[in-house]
Design a protein around this ligand. Structure first.
Ligand SMILES: O=C(O)c1ccccc1NCC(=O)[C@H](O)[C@H](O)COP(=O)(O)O
Length: 209
């Protein structure tokens, strides 16, 4: 099995970004969604990105942001990858002209193959839990049996993951990467360095041949 990458999402503090990097995170997520308890300002985001060592991918998360909000953020913060976590259409995602992943909130009956094909320009799809009225960061897992094998895009598995269940999730879904937010927090927006390290160790343990 290929090594499974880890993304630690909802980083709001430099010390948490550095703890994630030190523990071996492949990516950190910065939430540019003002209604989230994990939202960062462009100033906070710039400071976090500037503090990171090389080879840690910085992902900017947006929920139905306007073109202007996107452009202003991208002008101010050197993000590597965008994560569209709302109802953005393929055309809107492509319009940002940056590498991106598209979050899909999974429900029974969804045609995930068709969704992957619709977002043809995406580098991958992030599969997250559907909770009505909550775009993400629910802390709840979904039924991993809803993910068909062999999706035509790399899968980033999210939703209610933690050190306790990530190995089982990897064994069942075989994702390209896993994403966690609430499962490694001390409180909303504040990461617990020990939980982050335990999560990444569990991912690495699960991914070992
Ligand atoms: O984290 C948020 O507050 C958030 C708000 C709105 C849209 C997306 C959000 N987070 C998205 C993520 O990438 C989370 O890591 C993902 O939903 C998993 O969260 P969790 O279940 O808490 O691990």
């Amino acid at each position: 099995m290929a090594a499974v990458r880890s993304k630690i999402c909802g980083i709001t503090r430099i010390e948490d970004a550095l703890a994630a990097a030190n523990a071996g995170a492949d990516a950190i997520g910065l939430v540019f969604y003002p209604k989230s308890p994990r939202a960062v300002s462009v100033q906070q985001a710039r400071a976090i990105v500037a503090a990171l060592p090389p080879f840690v991918t910085t992902v900017g998360l947006f929920v139905n942001a306007s073109r202007r909000e996107l452009d202003e953020t991208l002008e101010a913060v050197p993000l590597d990858l965008l994560q569209f976590h709302g109802d953005e259409t393929p055309a809107q995602c492509e319009g940002a002209r940056r590498p991106y992943i598209k979050a899909l909130r999974v429900r029974p009956g969804d045609d995930l193959v068709a969704a992957c094909r619709a977002y043809a320009g995406a580098q991958g799809v992030l599969l997250d839990t559907f909770v009505a009225g909550v775009p993400g960061g629910t802390g709840q897992a979904f039924d991993w049996g809803l993910v068909p094998a062999g999706l035509p895009k790399p899968v980033v598995l999210a939703g209610g993951l933690g050190a306790h269940n990530v190995a089982a999730a990897i064994a069942q879904v075989k994702p390209w990467a896993v994403d966690v937010s609430g499962g490694v927090e001390a409180s909303k927006g504040i990461k617990d360095a020990a939980k982050v390290a335990a999560f990444i160790a569990a991912v690495r343990g699960a991914a070992a041949p």
